[in-house]
Design a protein around this ligand. Structure first.
Ligand code: FAD
Length: 436
């Protein structure tokens, strides 16, 4: 066990950011990366910070959630953003990169840093070294995942993740839906009712919509029967959806008592009630198709999506139960988690949590208290979400305006509201950095 050195497992986006933050603060870092000795099913090289799929880090506009997150982590000295800017390719308002140049540049910067030692080895069980950051990502190797599982109180951590889309609460047309729960047990859900004709038109649209092809390794995936994608259910029979996630049983309009042929239920996803998820609507329809088809649901004609449904292998811990907003494990404050393993979703989100884990693990070594980002920042909101989400079955989350705390003075115009939130976020981050 070493006391003056930070150990990090996983040389992906989060692990590299964490290593960089610590090393730039003068901390000695050992970074373990298993590739190319042991490969994941999706990575193709031994380069650190390899992007496994798209080459886009999404929009740079400050009117977009990812633009704000990128602006925030740039201020925090993000290695990923600076490498992305150096290796960018034309992509309009998005920050897209030449994948190989991007990963090569980060690999060089990490490997050449005098404070960082990179060891190419699969870590099969959690080492005793502290402080320790585990940032092994959605494709954490099986051996390590089996060792993390009992530590976090879970039987297993592998999921073939079927994520349902989420939307901004403000964008739901409440005149077309109503708040109620099945069998009059409270009013926890927003219910979007459908007539018989609307239902069959909707099912036809799902069947005809374009789906994202599965990766080879995902073809072999066993999905839980209780968690099937809606397009799979729709294809099983004309009324399968109406007996499944859209079943109307026990639901009636609280005022008129009216019953419906089918109902889509929306469930609150954060404490503030600003984000709602489409219950049981896990899907691998292409994103523009989701937007088009789900806007057919009564009440969602103008829905703003904060996350689209998707399916891929994912490994993540139950962060609301296990992590504090400093990204320390509640039961072992020398052990940090970062990246997609914490339940954030996306390249930039994963990198961003690596920065905070890197700062906080360094602070422990410097004898200082770990810090928590203000909730009004995009990264602070995201970390607050993953560490406090009150929902029963925690699902990964990406950066979006829906998770921001509301403004003190409500603003109706969406553009103005967002601009004020962004201004508030960047100002709060500047103040916070002064205290560091
Ligand atoms: C198939 C797939 C496609 C995705 N596509 C996108 C996309 O297009 N856009 C997007 O924004 N997000 C995407 N994501 C989600 C996510 O943003 C990325 O996976 C992101 O790379 C996560 O960053 P990370 O640092 O947490 O993990 P990673 O970048 O995966 O880094 C983890 C590292 O840990 C290493 N490792 C694993 N186990 C061990 C071990 N036991 N010992 C040592 N090293 C180990 C791995 O080799 C890897 O290098 C995708 C995820 C998957 C699985």
């Amino acid at each position: 066990m070493e006391s003056n050195r930070l150990t990090i497992i996983g040389g992906g986006l989060a692990g590299c950011e964490a290593a960089w933050q610590a090393a730039e603060r003068g901390i000695d870092v050992t970074l373990f990366e298993m590739r190319p000795v042991v490969m994941t099913p999706a990575h193709e090289s031994g380069l650190l910070a390899e992007l496994v799929c798209s080459n886009s880090l999404k929009s740079e506009l400050l009117t977009s959630a990812h633009g704000v997150l990128k602006a925030e982590i740039s201020k925090l000295g993000s290695l990923v953003i600076s490498a992305a800017k150096e290796t960018r390719v034309p992509a309009g308002q998005a920050l897209a990169v030449d994948r190989e140049n991007f990963a090569s540049l980060i690999t060089q910067q990490i490997e050449n840093h005098p404070k960082i030692k990179v060891i190419r080895e699969e870590i099969k069980s959690i080492p005793t070294d502290r402080p320790l950051i585990i940032a092994t990502g959605p494709l954490t190797s099986d051996a390590l995942a089996s060792d993390i599982a009992p530590l976090t109180g879970s039987e297993y951590l592998h999921f073939y993740d079927a994520i349902a889309p989420s939307i901004e609460a403000d964008s739901i047309d409440r005149s077309k839906c109503f708040q109620a729960a099945r069998y009059d047990r409270g009013n926890a859900y927003i219910n979007c009712p459908m007539t018989r004709d609307q239902y069959f038109e909707f099912r036809d649209a799902i069947l005809a919509a374009e789906k994202t092809p599965l990766h080879d390794f995902e073809q072999k995936a066993q999905f839980f029967e209780g968690c099937l994608p809606i397009e799979e259910l729709a294809s099983r029979g004309p009324k399968t959806l109406a007996f499944g996630p859209m079943k109307p049983v026990g639901i009636r309009h609280p005022k008129t008592g009216e019953k419906y042929f089918a109902v889509v239920q929306l469930r609150q996803e954060n404490k503030e009630g600003t984000v709602y998820g489409l219950v049981g609507f896990q899907t691998r329809l292409k994103w523009p198709e989701q937007e088009r088809v789900f806007k057919m649901i009564p009440g969602l004609e103008n829905a703003k999506f904060v996350r689209f449904g998707q399916i891929h292998r994912n490994t993540y811990i139950d962060s609301p139960k296990l992590l504090s907003p400093t990204l320390q494990l509640r039961s072992d404050n020398q052990l940090f988690f970062a990246g997609q393993l914490t339940g954030v979703e996306g390249y930039v989100e994963s990198a961003a949590t690596g920065i905070i884990a890197g700062i906080n693990a360094s602070r422990l070594l410097e004898g200082k208290e770990p810090v928590v980002l203000p909730k009004v920042t995009m990264l602070g909101s995201l970390i607050s979400y993953i560490t406090t989400a009150p929902i029963k079955q925690f699902q990964p989350m990406n950066a979006n305006f829906g998770i921001f705390p509301p403004l003190d003075v409500p603003e109706k115009k969406d553009e103005i509201k967002r601009a004020k939130m962004v201004e508030r976020a960047l100002a709060a981050l500047d103040e916070w950095q002064k205290e560091l």
